[in-house]
Design a protein around this ligand. Structure first.
Ligand code: IMP
Length: 181
């Protein structure tokens, strides 16, 4: 597992695909236990969560409802305060319990924007499973219910996460090496 470079930034391995897979299995087991009597709508937050959601949902060997939502808030390696809604399944959420599937929760702006938007459109209970969580950057009181890994403040790529739309395909999660320009 070698370090990689994307557009002049260096990244080193943080979580191997094996580690991630083991954790995904644990999360799937928790979710099955919690929800199997009544499945929520699994709402996959694009683009980043596509890889994680694919692994997680395949571990739930039952037919469950899924849908996609697409918002964007990141530019380069920084979160911005503007959320753009590119796609929102307004017609599916009324009266439903929702489990949002996120790749990473950083400041929490995206997650809490989505919760508000879902509530506004009639959703019932809204929870979240995220592969990665940056607790020290999170600005809200309610944390995601299911977390794969707590990480520090480092910028990460791989396993669905990108730097300027590159690196989503990488099988491991990499963090930006600290000492560089
Ligand atoms: P938040 O709104 O600040 O919580 O950021 C959430 C979104 O920003 C995530 O869904 C990701 O798409 C993106 N993001 C946050 N941190 C990172 C990171 O370290 N690498 C890549 N994308 C990130």
């Amino acid at each position: 597992m070698k370090n990689i470079e994307i557009e002049g930034l260096n990244f080193e391995i943080l979580l191997s695909s094996n580690n991630i897979l083991k954790r995904v299995n644990v999360l799937a087991a928790q979710i099955i236990k919690q929800y199997q009597s009544e499945w929520p709508l699994f709402l996959i937050v694009l683009n980043g969560a596509s890889v994680f959601a694919s692994a997680l949902l395949k571990r739930i060997e039952e037919s469950v409802p899924t849908a996609l939502v697409k918002v964007s808030s990141y530019s380069g390696t920084e979160s911005t305060n503007n959320i753009l809604v590119d796609y929102f399944p307004y017609e599916l959420v009324r009266g439903r319990n929702i489990l949002l599937i996120e790749d990473i929760v950083d400041t929490g702006l995206t997650l809490n924007f989505l919760k508000k938007e879902l509530k506004k459109n009639g959703a019932n209970n809204i929870e979240c499973v995220t592969l990665l969580f940056k607790p020290s950057k999170y600005n809200y009181s309610t944390s995601p219910q299911y977390v794969g890994f707590d990480i520090g403040e480092e910028f990460v790529v791989g396993y669905g996460m990108d730097y300027n739309q590159k690196g989503r395909n990488l099988p491991h999660v990499y963090k930006k090496t600290i000492h560089q320009n």
